[in-house]
Write a protein that binds this ligand. Sequence first.
Ligand SMILES: Nc1ncnc2c1ncn2[C@@H]1O[C@H](COP(=O)(O)OP(=O)(O)OP(=O)(O)O)[C@@H](O)[C@H]1O
Length: 320
Amino acid sequence: MQDHHLSDQLAILSLIHPRIPLALLSLRAHCWLTDSCCPPGPPSPFWLEFDLATNLVGQPLVRQQVMKGLRGFLENANPVKPLVMSFHGSTGTGKTYVSSMLIRYLFQSGLQSPYVHHFSPIVHFPHAEHIEQYKVRDTAQQRWIQGNLTSCGRSAFLFDEMDKMHPGLIDVIIPFLGPSWVVYGTNYRKAIFIFISNAGGEQINNVTLALWHARKDREEISLQDLEPAISKAVFENPESGFWNSGIINEHLIDFVVPFLPLKHHHVKQCVVSELIQQGLEVRPDVIQEVADSIPYFPEEEKLFSSTGCKTVASRISFFF
Ligand SMILES: Nc1ncnc2c1ncn2[C@@H]1O[C@H](COP(=O)(O)OP(=O)(O)OP(=O)(O)O)[C@@H](O)[C@H]1O
């Protein structure tokens, strides 16, 4: 979003929609840092919130957590540490989708921005498990982060498949996540780290299902309902990459963001969005058929999509 367009668009919105007050104009963020690498096009929390409310289906907790983290972080000119968010959930529930949205709002050229760095252990260290972990520690990954950070303190780092990352590799990131003033000559307290993983997804699904059986609807589920299950599955599980890494002991994660399993009507919403995006006719029969073609769990009740909205885009072509 271009900076100079933002106030105009907000003003127009406030005219056509009385619930959007002009006071929102004040949300227009100033350049969010004074470093020379300040990304052009300052971020607007309002537009991110608007996008999340309009396009992200069935994830009220995610919306709440992400906005809480981002607002606090952007409003603070001198954060004491980087913003660290950890996204957990099963496949197709929107983890990558939300992280891309977030990045788009923070950086004018989104994932293509030179200040955005996407790290996947599978891509960058396909054989890391075969290498002696502590030899890797101070070398490749550290250089990768260091090299990227030194060019701009206000950077974003996306770490995919965090659960598959070796604890030795995770430890390398730790100096960058804490309140250290300076690491390798650069202040990293204005960076954003997003960890993405499927770890905890199964447990989130189980809790959601159990609460549904106890007559608590998914929309009423709170973070407190899910936190114990996520902690157990992700942070106290020797199989998980987080285990044994200092990330948990040092309380470096600011926001744990759980993605709930999606229901049939959410999948239908995804189909509608996808049809619109592909410029296709929004036909009720197609919406129904695509949503029905997706597997749901548990076997008997078929309440939640097993693949979220992940396969919606590819399935649409079968019906046209
Ligand atoms: N909650 C959601 N609201 C709207 N669209 C969604 C949602 N979840 C998924 N989608 C759609 O499905 C696609 C795949 O989702 P996404 O890649 O974000 O899943 P993921 O949670 O990252 O899955 P994985 O763990 O397999 O990587 C998205 O590009 C988006 O179009």
